[in-house]
Design a protein around this ligand. Structure first.
Ligand code: MRU
Length: 347
Protein backbone atom coordinates (compact mmCIF):
# COMPACT_ATOMS: atom_id res chain seq x y z
CA UNK A 1 0.00 0.00 0.00
CA UNK A 2 1.66 3.20 -1.19
CA UNK A 3 0.82 6.85 -1.90
CA UNK A 4 2.83 9.44 -3.79
CA UNK A 5 2.17 13.17 -4.12
CA UNK A 6 4.35 16.26 -4.43
CA UNK A 7 4.40 16.63 -0.60
CA UNK A 8 4.82 13.07 0.60
CA UNK A 9 5.50 9.52 -0.53
CA UNK A 10 4.50 6.58 1.65
CA UNK A 11 6.47 3.54 0.49
CA UNK A 12 5.11 1.01 2.98
CA UNK A 13 8.09 1.23 5.28
CA UNK A 14 9.20 4.86 5.05
CA UNK A 15 7.76 8.33 4.63
CA UNK A 16 9.63 10.42 2.07
CA UNK A 17 9.00 14.15 2.39
CA UNK A 18 9.93 16.94 -0.01
CA UNK A 19 12.22 19.19 2.07
CA UNK A 20 10.20 22.42 2.26
CA UNK A 21 13.04 24.20 4.07
CA UNK A 22 15.05 24.18 0.84
CA UNK A 23 12.41 25.00 -1.77
CA UNK A 24 12.31 26.52 -4.33
CA UNK A 25 16.07 26.50 -5.06
CA UNK A 26 16.77 22.91 -4.10
CA UNK A 27 14.30 20.06 -4.64
CA UNK A 28 15.43 17.40 -2.22
CA UNK A 29 13.75 14.68 -0.13
CA UNK A 30 14.07 13.66 3.50
CA UNK A 31 13.50 9.97 4.20
CA UNK A 32 11.89 9.09 7.56
CA UNK A 33 12.10 5.47 8.66
CA UNK A 34 11.10 5.91 12.32
CA UNK A 35 8.46 7.83 14.23
CA UNK A 36 11.23 9.91 15.81
CA UNK A 37 12.39 11.00 12.34
CA UNK A 38 8.84 12.00 11.38
CA UNK A 39 8.49 13.99 14.62
CA UNK A 40 11.76 15.78 13.88
CA UNK A 41 10.66 16.52 10.29
CA UNK A 42 7.44 18.13 11.56
CA UNK A 43 9.25 20.15 14.24
CA UNK A 44 11.89 21.40 11.83
CA UNK A 45 9.30 22.19 9.13
CA UNK A 46 10.54 19.77 6.49
CA UNK A 47 6.79 19.21 6.25
CA UNK A 48 4.42 22.01 7.31
CA UNK A 49 0.85 23.22 6.81
CA UNK A 50 -1.94 21.88 9.02
CA UNK A 51 -3.36 19.06 6.82
CA UNK A 52 0.12 17.90 5.69
CA UNK A 53 1.28 17.75 9.32
CA UNK A 54 -1.80 15.65 10.19
CA UNK A 55 -1.17 13.12 7.41
CA UNK A 56 2.59 12.94 8.14
CA UNK A 57 1.78 12.33 11.82
CA UNK A 58 -0.51 9.44 10.86
CA UNK A 59 2.26 7.79 8.81
CA UNK A 60 4.72 8.47 11.65
CA UNK A 61 2.35 6.62 13.97
CA UNK A 62 2.40 3.61 11.59
CA UNK A 63 6.22 3.63 11.61
CA UNK A 64 6.11 3.64 15.42
CA UNK A 65 3.74 0.67 15.41
CA UNK A 66 6.15 -1.20 13.11
CA UNK A 67 9.09 -0.37 15.42
CA UNK A 68 7.23 -1.79 18.44
CA UNK A 69 5.35 -4.66 16.76
CA UNK A 70 7.22 -7.27 18.82
CA UNK A 71 5.88 -5.90 22.12
CA UNK A 72 2.71 -7.16 23.78
CA UNK A 73 0.10 -6.00 26.29
CA UNK A 74 0.99 -3.17 28.66
CA UNK A 75 4.47 -2.68 27.13
CA UNK A 76 3.00 -2.23 23.65
CA UNK A 77 0.37 0.16 24.98
CA UNK A 78 3.01 2.26 26.71
CA UNK A 79 5.20 2.32 23.60
CA UNK A 80 2.31 3.49 21.42
CA UNK A 81 1.46 6.20 23.96
CA UNK A 82 5.08 7.38 23.61
CA UNK A 83 4.74 7.40 19.80
CA UNK A 84 1.55 9.46 20.13
CA UNK A 85 3.02 11.92 22.63
CA UNK A 86 6.33 12.36 20.80
CA UNK A 87 4.62 13.30 17.54
CA UNK A 88 1.98 15.40 19.36
CA UNK A 89 4.75 17.35 21.11
CA UNK A 90 6.16 18.81 17.89
CA UNK A 91 3.94 21.80 17.03
CA UNK A 92 1.06 23.05 19.20
CA UNK A 93 -1.20 25.20 16.98
CA UNK A 94 -2.50 23.14 14.05
CA UNK A 95 -5.28 20.94 15.44
CA UNK A 96 -5.04 18.53 12.47
CA UNK A 97 -1.96 17.02 14.15
CA UNK A 98 -3.93 16.04 17.25
CA UNK A 99 -7.01 15.10 15.21
CA UNK A 100 -5.01 12.62 13.07
CA UNK A 101 -3.12 11.16 16.04
CA UNK A 102 -6.38 10.67 17.99
CA UNK A 103 -7.86 8.85 15.00
CA UNK A 104 -4.78 6.60 14.76
CA UNK A 105 -4.56 5.92 18.50
CA UNK A 106 -8.24 5.01 18.73
CA UNK A 107 -7.77 2.53 15.85
CA UNK A 108 -4.77 1.05 17.63
CA UNK A 109 -6.73 0.66 20.88
CA UNK A 110 -9.51 -1.25 19.06
CA UNK A 111 -7.13 -3.57 17.21
CA UNK A 112 -4.15 -3.92 19.57
CA UNK A 113 -4.71 -7.65 19.94
CA UNK A 114 -5.00 -8.25 16.19
CA UNK A 115 -3.15 -7.26 13.02
CA UNK A 116 -2.88 -3.63 14.09
CA UNK A 117 -0.10 -2.75 11.63
CA UNK A 118 -2.31 -3.43 8.58
CA UNK A 119 -5.25 -1.61 10.17
CA UNK A 120 -3.10 1.42 11.05
CA UNK A 121 -1.49 1.61 7.62
CA UNK A 122 -4.95 1.54 6.00
CA UNK A 123 -6.14 4.29 8.34
CA UNK A 124 -3.16 6.55 7.58
CA UNK A 125 -3.69 6.08 3.84
CA UNK A 126 -7.38 6.85 4.34
CA UNK A 127 -6.50 10.11 6.16
CA UNK A 128 -4.16 11.05 3.30
CA UNK A 129 -6.59 10.14 0.50
CA UNK A 130 -9.50 11.83 2.26
CA UNK A 131 -7.41 14.99 2.48
CA UNK A 132 -7.01 15.14 -1.30
CA UNK A 133 -10.76 14.64 -1.86
CA UNK A 134 -11.56 17.18 0.86
CA UNK A 135 -9.35 19.81 -0.76
CA UNK A 136 -10.93 19.27 -4.16
CA UNK A 137 -14.37 19.75 -2.57
CA UNK A 138 -13.16 22.95 -0.83
CA UNK A 139 -11.95 24.10 -4.24
CA UNK A 140 -15.32 23.36 -5.90
CA UNK A 141 -17.28 25.27 -3.25
CA UNK A 142 -14.82 28.12 -2.95
CA UNK A 143 -14.39 28.84 -6.65
CA UNK A 144 -18.07 29.88 -6.83
CA UNK A 145 -17.05 32.97 -4.81
CA UNK A 146 -14.61 34.12 -7.50
CA UNK A 147 -15.33 35.80 -10.84
CA UNK A 148 -13.33 35.73 -14.04
CA UNK A 149 -10.67 38.45 -13.80
CA UNK A 150 -10.61 38.60 -9.98
CA UNK A 151 -7.45 39.56 -8.13
CA UNK A 152 -6.91 37.46 -5.02
CA UNK A 153 -4.49 38.02 -2.16
CA UNK A 154 -3.18 35.05 -0.18
CA UNK A 155 -0.80 34.66 2.76
CA UNK A 156 1.63 31.91 3.74
CA UNK A 157 1.19 28.64 1.83
CA UNK A 158 -2.11 26.78 1.88
CA UNK A 159 -1.37 24.92 -1.33
CA UNK A 160 -0.52 21.36 -2.37
CA UNK A 161 2.62 21.55 -0.22
CA UNK A 162 0.61 22.37 2.92
CA UNK A 163 -1.69 19.40 2.35
CA UNK A 164 -1.34 15.90 0.95
CA UNK A 165 -2.18 17.43 -2.43
CA UNK A 166 -4.21 20.16 -4.20
CA UNK A 167 -4.34 22.66 -1.32
CA UNK A 168 -7.10 24.52 0.50
CA UNK A 169 -6.86 28.28 -0.20
CA UNK A 170 -4.76 27.60 -3.30
CA UNK A 171 -7.11 24.70 -4.14
CA UNK A 172 -9.84 27.30 -4.60
CA UNK A 173 -7.64 29.26 -6.99
CA UNK A 174 -6.77 26.04 -8.79
CA UNK A 175 -10.41 25.06 -9.11
CA UNK A 176 -11.39 28.53 -10.39
CA UNK A 177 -8.67 28.25 -13.05
CA UNK A 178 -9.87 24.73 -13.96
CA UNK A 179 -13.32 26.30 -14.41
CA UNK A 180 -11.93 28.71 -16.99
CA UNK A 181 -11.59 31.80 -14.78
CA UNK A 182 -8.52 33.96 -15.28
CA UNK A 183 -7.18 35.18 -11.94
CA UNK A 184 -4.30 37.26 -10.67
CA UNK A 185 -2.84 36.09 -7.38
CA UNK A 186 -1.03 38.48 -5.07
CA UNK A 187 1.26 36.53 -2.74
CA UNK A 188 2.44 37.95 0.58
CA UNK A 189 6.06 36.92 1.08
CA UNK A 190 5.17 35.88 4.68
CA UNK A 191 8.07 36.77 6.92
CA UNK A 192 9.79 35.36 8.83
CA UNK A 193 9.72 31.93 7.19
CA UNK A 194 8.81 33.17 3.70
CA UNK A 195 6.29 30.44 2.86
CA UNK A 196 4.63 32.85 0.41
CA UNK A 197 7.77 33.80 -1.51
CA UNK A 198 9.33 30.34 -1.42
CA UNK A 199 6.37 27.96 -1.65
CA UNK A 200 3.16 29.69 -2.82
CA UNK A 201 4.90 31.63 -5.59
CA UNK A 202 6.57 28.38 -6.71
CA UNK A 203 3.25 26.52 -6.83
CA UNK A 204 1.36 29.32 -8.57
CA UNK A 205 4.01 29.93 -11.23
CA UNK A 206 4.05 26.19 -12.01
CA UNK A 207 0.28 26.32 -12.37
CA UNK A 208 0.64 29.11 -14.92
CA UNK A 209 -1.38 31.63 -12.87
CA UNK A 210 -0.39 35.30 -13.05
CA UNK A 211 1.40 35.72 -9.71
CA UNK A 212 2.56 38.96 -8.12
CA UNK A 213 4.79 38.75 -5.06
CA UNK A 214 4.57 41.54 -2.49
CA UNK A 215 6.23 42.17 0.87
CA UNK A 216 3.82 41.74 3.78
CA UNK A 217 3.80 45.45 4.60
CA UNK A 218 2.56 46.34 1.09
CA UNK A 219 -0.84 44.63 1.46
CA UNK A 220 -2.71 47.70 2.82
CA UNK A 221 -1.53 49.96 0.03
CA UNK A 222 -2.27 47.35 -2.63
CA UNK A 223 -5.83 47.06 -1.26
CA UNK A 224 -6.26 50.84 -1.15
CA UNK A 225 -5.34 51.00 -4.82
CA UNK A 226 -8.27 48.69 -5.63
CA UNK A 227 -6.02 45.84 -6.71
CA UNK A 228 -7.63 43.14 -4.52
CA UNK A 229 -11.14 41.61 -4.92
CA UNK A 230 -10.83 38.91 -2.24
CA UNK A 231 -8.43 37.60 0.39
CA UNK A 232 -8.24 33.82 0.80
CA UNK A 233 -6.14 32.15 3.51
CA UNK A 234 -5.90 28.74 5.15
CA UNK A 235 -6.26 27.95 8.86
CA UNK A 236 -4.45 25.99 11.55
CA UNK A 237 -7.34 25.89 14.00
CA UNK A 238 -10.85 27.32 14.03
CA UNK A 239 -12.65 27.73 17.38
CA UNK A 240 -16.41 27.11 17.92
CA UNK A 241 -17.17 30.81 17.52
CA UNK A 242 -15.29 31.06 14.20
CA UNK A 243 -12.08 32.67 15.49
CA UNK A 244 -9.26 31.55 13.18
CA UNK A 245 -5.63 30.80 14.01
CA UNK A 246 -3.40 31.02 10.96
CA UNK A 247 0.09 32.17 9.98
CA UNK A 248 1.28 35.34 11.68
CA UNK A 249 0.17 38.30 9.60
CA UNK A 250 -3.27 36.87 8.80
CA UNK A 251 -4.92 39.07 11.44
CA UNK A 252 -3.34 42.20 9.95
CA UNK A 253 -4.71 41.24 6.53
CA UNK A 254 -8.20 40.65 7.94
CA UNK A 255 -8.23 44.10 9.57
CA UNK A 256 -7.03 45.67 6.33
CA UNK A 257 -9.60 43.77 4.24
CA UNK A 258 -12.36 44.93 6.60
CA UNK A 259 -11.19 48.54 6.33
CA UNK A 260 -11.30 48.34 2.51
CA UNK A 261 -14.58 46.39 2.24
CA UNK A 262 -12.87 43.34 0.72
CA UNK A 263 -14.24 39.84 1.51
CA UNK A 264 -11.92 37.83 3.76
CA UNK A 265 -12.32 34.07 3.22
CA UNK A 266 -10.83 31.19 5.22
CA UNK A 267 -10.48 27.81 3.50
CA UNK A 268 -10.11 24.76 5.74
CA UNK A 269 -11.17 21.14 6.09
CA UNK A 270 -13.59 20.36 8.93
CA UNK A 271 -10.66 18.55 10.64
CA UNK A 272 -9.31 22.07 11.36
CA UNK A 273 -12.46 23.02 13.32
CA UNK A 274 -11.99 22.52 17.05
CA UNK A 275 -15.41 22.54 18.70
CA UNK A 276 -13.79 21.72 22.06
CA UNK A 277 -12.71 25.34 22.41
CA UNK A 278 -15.02 28.31 22.76
CA UNK A 279 -12.91 31.00 21.15
CA UNK A 280 -9.50 31.88 19.80
CA UNK A 281 -8.06 32.84 23.19
CA UNK A 282 -7.79 29.12 23.95
CA UNK A 283 -5.63 28.32 20.90
CA UNK A 284 -1.97 27.72 21.83
CA UNK A 285 0.30 29.91 19.71
CA UNK A 286 3.67 28.43 18.82
CA UNK A 287 6.73 30.61 19.30
CA UNK A 288 9.68 29.75 17.12
CA UNK A 289 13.40 30.38 17.10
CA UNK A 290 14.67 33.97 17.21
CA UNK A 291 17.01 33.22 14.34
CA UNK A 292 14.01 33.06 11.97
CA UNK A 293 13.69 36.83 12.57
CA UNK A 294 17.33 37.85 12.95
CA UNK A 295 18.45 35.89 9.87
CA UNK A 296 17.32 35.52 6.26
CA UNK A 297 18.57 32.45 4.37
CA UNK A 298 21.27 31.96 7.00
CA UNK A 299 22.51 35.55 6.82
CA UNK A 300 22.25 37.74 9.91
CA UNK A 301 20.31 40.93 9.16
CA UNK A 302 19.70 42.27 12.71
CA UNK A 303 22.09 43.80 15.21
CA UNK A 304 23.70 41.39 17.67
CA UNK A 305 22.10 41.64 21.10
CA UNK A 306 18.64 42.72 19.92
CA UNK A 307 15.64 41.04 21.59
CA UNK A 308 13.16 39.16 19.38
CA UNK A 309 9.52 38.07 19.60
CA UNK A 310 8.53 35.39 17.07
CA UNK A 311 4.94 34.10 17.35
CA UNK A 312 4.33 31.77 14.38
CA UNK A 313 0.55 32.29 14.30
CA UNK A 314 -2.10 34.86 15.18
CA UNK A 315 -5.84 34.72 15.80
CA UNK A 316 -8.36 36.58 13.63
CA UNK A 317 -11.67 37.32 15.36
CA UNK A 318 -14.69 35.77 13.67
CA UNK A 319 -16.24 39.22 13.05
CA UNK A 320 -13.55 39.80 10.42
CA UNK A 321 -14.18 36.52 8.57
CA UNK A 322 -16.68 36.78 5.67
CA UNK A 323 -17.01 32.99 5.21
CA UNK A 324 -15.30 29.70 6.06
CA UNK A 325 -15.06 27.35 3.09
CA UNK A 326 -15.04 23.67 4.06
CA UNK A 327 -15.42 20.44 2.08
CA UNK A 328 -19.04 20.29 3.27
CA UNK A 329 -19.90 23.75 1.99
CA UNK A 330 -19.53 27.46 2.68
CA UNK A 331 -20.20 28.49 6.27
CA UNK A 332 -21.39 32.05 6.96
CA UNK A 333 -21.99 33.81 10.28
CA UNK A 334 -23.28 33.22 12.89
CA UNK A 335 -20.40 30.72 13.17
CA UNK A 336 -21.36 29.73 16.71
CA UNK A 337 -24.46 28.05 15.21
CA UNK A 338 -23.39 27.25 11.64
CA UNK A 339 -20.06 25.53 12.41
CA UNK A 340 -21.88 23.09 14.72
CA UNK A 341 -24.48 22.50 11.99
CA UNK A 342 -21.86 21.66 9.36
CA UNK A 343 -20.09 19.35 11.83
CA UNK A 344 -23.39 17.56 12.48
CA UNK A 345 -23.35 18.49 16.17
CA UNK A 346 -26.50 19.56 18.04
CA UNK A 347 -26.35 23.29 18.94
O1 MRU B 1 4.06 27.30 10.01
P1 MRU B 1 3.35 26.66 8.85
O2 MRU B 1 4.03 26.87 7.55
O3 MRU B 1 3.02 25.22 9.14
O4 MRU B 1 1.96 27.44 8.78
C1 MRU B 1 1.06 27.11 7.76
C2 MRU B 1 -0.16 27.94 7.77
O5 MRU B 1 -0.35 28.81 8.59
C3 MRU B 1 -1.23 27.57 6.76
O6 MRU B 1 -1.93 28.70 6.34
C4 MRU B 1 -2.23 26.59 7.42
O7 MRU B 1 -1.56 25.54 8.03
C5 MRU B 1 -3.21 26.06 6.44
S1 MRU B 1 -2.46 25.00 5.26
C6 MRU B 1 -3.66 24.35 4.26
Amino acid sequence: MTLKTITMHWTGDSLILIDQRKLPHVVENVVCRTFEEVAQAIKEMVVRGAPAIGAAAAFGYVLGAKQFSQLKGEKLLQAMRTVHDTIAGTRPTAVNLFWALKRMHEKFLSYQNGDFITVLEKEALKIAQEDIETNKAIGRHGQTLLKDGDKVLTHCNAGALATVDYGTALGIIRSAVENGKKLTVYVDETRPYLQGARLTAWEMVQLGVETILICDNMAGWVMKQGKIDAVIVGADRIASNGDVANKIGTYTLAVLANRHGIPFYVAAPTSTIDLSIKDGSQIPIEERSHTEVTHVAGLRIAAEGVKVYNPAFDVTEHELVSAIITEKGIVRPPYEVNLKKIMGVEA
